[in-house]
Design a protein around this ligand. Structure first.
Ligand SMILES: [Zn+2]
Length: 174
């Protein structure tokens, strides 16, 4: 089983007024030399989810990070003029959060970031600033937006562990 500790969020970099079907996405990735779409999850504009790969299989979505990460992509990321924008629909936001919460419970050591946060820190100040982004994907600040989810999950698990170890201690006396 591979060791998963990162969830990377992507956008399909397609216009919000256009449909980008899973079939088309699959075909585009196929043409780039992947077995199938490189993401594990693809969230359509209506909130429907397509599972391209089981999470235990390695994805092909973030160079240098595929081995230890899960790739989640939402349909969109460009406005009607083709400019990068946070085009997530309410359905996509809801589904994205649901998937992230489920994945965090399954893989508690996971951090969440956007594709652009994996760019090189050229001036080595510890922050990946906009001028360092290799691309703008996923067109919103995923790292900051989902930080509370990561923190809440860690707190929940710490509490659970504490309760568990307390139970074990109590059992020792019987
Ligand atoms: Zn991306």
């Amino acid at each position: 089983m591979r060791n998963i500790n990162l969830i990377v969020i992507h956008c399909s970099a397609t216009r919000e007024d256009k449909e980008y079907t899973p079939e088309q996405l699959n075909r585009d990735h196929w043409e780039r030399g992947f077995d199938c779409a490189g993401y594990h999850y693809y969230i359509r504009k209506n909130g429907k989810v397509v599972h391209f790969r089981p999470v235990q299989s390695m994805g092909a979505h973030a160079k240098g990070y595929n081995e230890r990460s899960i790739g989640v992509c939402y349909e969109g990321g460009l406005d009607v003029k083709g400019k990068p924008a946070d085009t997530r629909t309410p359905e996509q936001r809801m589904m994205l959060e649901k998937i992230l919460k489920e994945l965090l419970l399954r893989f508690p050591n996971c951090d969440i970031c956007g594709h652009r946060d994996l760019s090189k820190d050229k001036n080595r100040d510890g922050v990946i600033s906009p001028d360092e982004w290799m691309k703008v994907c996923p067109c919103f600040d995923a790292k900051n937006e989902y930080r509370p989810l990561v923190v809440a999950n860690q707190m929940y698990l710490a509490k659970l562990n504490k309760q568990r170890s307390k139970k074990w201690r109590e059992r020792d006396f019987i």
